[in-house]
Design a binder for this molecule. Structure first.
Ligand code: SF4
Length: 310
């Protein structure tokens, strides 16, 4: 019998939930428009819905008129963006940066103050990486892959050297990069607690467990969503055909030729309503039973800014 296996946990994490709620509450309380620097989370459905309600997404602070309300996205912003926003005559600024990203920002600023050279593992051009690296002005180097370590122009016996990571990387790939870094720089200081966040870890663990019993995996998430891309890659690396889609209508029936078990998961920025759409579509394609595969329960929540709590 053809079946759907649903990964658990999947979809919204606490940081995404908080960021979207900040935009919604700001719209409710202060009225449209509110300006948001960058897509508040990387999901087309979510962003389009907020645009309809009066959010205006901008990349450049110059595009925010004086007297407006501004919100920073969940990915965080460099200090230069905060400084620029502060210098404008804005009514209010809300910070929707995920607290787990802010934790890495604090870590970097502390390391910098103590004279450390910092290596960041992350994806070039991703807004979280730009925000995190932008917490300091220099002595920070970005690497994406193990091979980049050989190109770092730093003395191997450097005493004060530390590593931080983007929160949404592949857990396994990051481990092997850090192993090589430790061999290259014997004095390397590691983060006290992992920078890769609980939601990334849990969603990857669930896909790993699910992939064992699936012939294909569908990941619901947008193409610019880092954690969704990692879920797709992970299933592929385990030898399972994997597809990243925003909406159920993107599913091509030929993807499911000779597929008796199809795994479904969603990146941390994809809402459950999109998962429901995919399940319905798959039912129409003959996948009549649904099983859930759960690796852990999540109970994380993050507080809203005090002005938006009521
Ligand atoms: S994926 Fe992790 S770091 Fe990113 S918003 Fe969610 S909890 Fe925060």
């Amino acid at each position: 019998m053809k079946k759907i296996i649903l990964a658990n946990p999947r979809g919204f994490c606490a940081g995404v939930d908080r960021a979207i709620t900040i935009v919604e509450k700001a719209l409710e309380k202060y009225g449209a428009p509110v300006y948001v620097r960058h897509e508040v989370v990387h999901n087309k459905y979510v962003v389009d819905g907020l645009v309809e309600r009066g959010a205006i997404f901008i990349e450049d602070i110059k595009d925010v008129p004086a007297g407006s309300i501004l919100i920073y996205s969940a990915h965080g912003v460099p200090l230069s963006v905060r400084d620029e926003a502060q210098s404008k005559n804005l009514t209010m600024i809300f910070d929707a940066t995920c607290p787990l990203v802010s934790k890495v920002h604090v870590e970097i600023r502390n390391l910098y103050r103590q004279g450390y050279t910092i290596i960041m593992i992350g994806h070039k051009g991703h807004p979280e990486v730009e925000g995190t690296m932008g917490q300091v002005t220099d002595h920070i180097h970005l690497i994406e892959h193990e091979a980049d370590i050989d190109n770092l122009e730093l003395p191997r016996d450097i005493e004060k050297i530390a590593v931080v990571t983007q929160t949404t990387l592949s857990v396994d790939e990051t481990k092997s990069i850090i192993e090589k870094l430790k061999k290259t720089f014997p004095n390397l200081k590691l983060p006290k607690n992992e920078d890769i966040c609980y939601a990334t870890q849990n969603r990857q663990d669930a896909v790993k467990a699910m992939a064992e019993s699936c012939d294909a995996v569908i990941v619901i998430g947008s193409k610019n969503s880092s954690n969704s891309n990692r879920l797709k890659e992970l299933a592929e690396n385990l030898g399972v055909k994997s597809y990243l889609i925003d909406f159920d209508y993107e599913i091509q029936p030929e993807w499911l030729n000779e597929v008796s078990s199809v795994g479904v998961t969603a990146g941390a920025s994809a809402p459950e309503v999109l998962v429901e759409g995919v399940i319905n579509r798959l039912r129409g394609l003959g996948y009549s039973t649904t099983e859930s595969l759960s690796v852990v329960e999540e109970h994380m929540t993050f507080a809203l800014p005090s002005e938006l709590r009521s």
